[in-house]
Ligand binder design. Structure first.
Ligand code: GLA
Length: 412
């Protein structure tokens, strides 16, 4: 199992100072997420149930002191200094081994003009200007992330949230959690150009430690659902298939458009409003399948919450949700058609090795699966998945346990 050590505020401060030549003002973190259940329901105004994971994007932020000389850069790739620009340096490295680094100014932002990783923070800055009228500038950000990129654990949304909460604090924007979630979603939709829903941002911002977040995406009402894996002798494994996915590509947007079109044909505001009695007659076969998934997945989220809140005996507890996880995966394979061979193999291998439940998580087309397992079978399940992947000639998956961590905030 790979481990990820979270940077501390002192280590972030040291790195920031080494890169930019002056100490930062503050440090923040925003976690990635695993969606337990409720996939492709968020942009249909439905229900989701994510946890914030114990892997996060960490950021140190500083207001550039006026009239200082060029910072001493210690061989890093920090770009040249401009008074009103926003400079960002990340601990991630490019192919030549240099730290990722870039800069932009709020007034000059054009969608599509920046490298992909930089478009996420830039989108946030752009959306802050549009939403609050505040032109953010004259600051530096140093970023360290323990969320694997491209694994479907929401690394880019965590980056957006980390940057937003840092800027909110430094510029006194006074945004509440709901406004933060909506702002980062608009940054993603309008600037980055990925038509994603709101589950990832909400999970990163609104989740309490030890809980899953039951979110109604229609009105953003939330309920914290206790999710104590340890108390039930369980672990939640992430199986990163290392098949990279991207939501700016066509599959995700196609699904979203099909759902919106189906809702329009059925004369309903969104697929969330559908009930059992609805006649799907006017829809084509593809639309029917997509609708069936959204409808059944919303029901599975509610059933999962009921079990988790039931407490007590074995069938009404975390241990009881295995069947629902599997049914969700099945629906994503056959009705929503967003899984892939590697994800299906991970789920099947986990189940054969004794997992209680497993499913793909996130948007699909690659990324990660999750498996709910007894603590005693963690190694056995991990090994079985690795062996099956090797047999199929797939890349070696990255397998690690996650626990429900706390939502975004300052790090002392
Ligand atoms: C991605 C998107 C989310 C959500 C999931 C699918 O993670 O960012 O908004 O739509 O896919 O549930």
């Amino acid at each position: 199992m790979s481990a990820a050590t979270a940077p501390t505020a002192p280590s972030l401060r040291r790195e920031f100072e080494a890169v930019f030549g002056y100490p930062p003002d503050d440090c923040f973190r925003a976690p990635g997420r695993v969606n337990l259940i409720g996939e492709h329901t968020d942009y249909n105004n439905g229900f989701v149930l994510p946890i914030a994971i114990d892997r996060a994007v960490h950021v140190a932020i500083g207001r550039r002191p006026q009239g200082r000389s060029e910072p001493h850069e210690h061989g890093t790739a920090a770009p040249p200094r401009r008074q009103e620009s926003i400079r960002i340096v990340s601990d991630h490295r490019d192919e030549s081994g240099e730290r990722l680094a870039g800069q932009f100014a709020a007034e000059e932002l054009v969608p599509g003009a920046l490298p992909s990783w930089l478009s996420h923070p830039a989108g946030v800055v752009d959306e802050i200007a549009k939403t609050t009228g505040t032109i953010v500038g004259g600051i530096d950000l140093y970023i360290e992330s323990t969320v694997p990129v491209g694994a479907g654990l929401s690394s880019s949304h965590a980056l957006e949230v980390a940057v937003l909460i840092a800027l909110d604090e430094i510029f006194g924007l006074g945004l509440d959690d709901r406004e933060k979630a909506l702002l980062t979603q608009r940054a993603e939709n309008d600037f980055v150009g990925a038509p994603t829903g709101i589950v990832d941002q909400a999970a990163s911002i609104m989740t309490e430690a030890g809980h899953a977040l039951f979110l109604d995406c229609r009105d953003l009402r939330t309920r914290q659902i206790p999710f104590d894996l340890e108390a039930e002798g369980l672990r939640l494994l992430v199986i990163d298939t290392r098949v990279s996915h991207s939501h700016s590509e066509s599959g995700y947007g196609d699904r979203r458009r099909t759902c919106e079109e189906a809702a329009r044909i059925l004369g309903t505001a969104s697929l969330r409003e559908l009930d059992e009695s609805l006649d799907l007659g006017p829809l084509n076969e593809e639309q029917k399948k997509r609708v069936r998934h959204v409808f059944s997945e919303n029901a599975r989220v509610r059933a999962t919450v009921e079990l988790l809140e039931g407490g007590g005996d074995e069938s009404r507890s975390i241990r009881g949700i295995g069947e629902l996880l599997l049914a969700s995966h099945d629906s994503l394979v056959h009705d929503y058609e967003v899984s892939c061979t590697e994800l299906d193999t991970a789920v099947a291998a986990a189940m054969s090795a004794g997992a209680i439940g497993a499913r793909m998580t996130g948007g699909g087309f690659g990324g990660s699966a999750i498996a709910l397992v007894d603590t005693a079978s963690v190694d056995q399940v991990g090994e079985a998945i690795r062996a099956t992947f090797a047999d199929h000639g797939f890349r070696r998956p990255d397998i690690f346990a996650v626990s429900p961590g706390k939502g975004a905030g300052r790090i002392a």
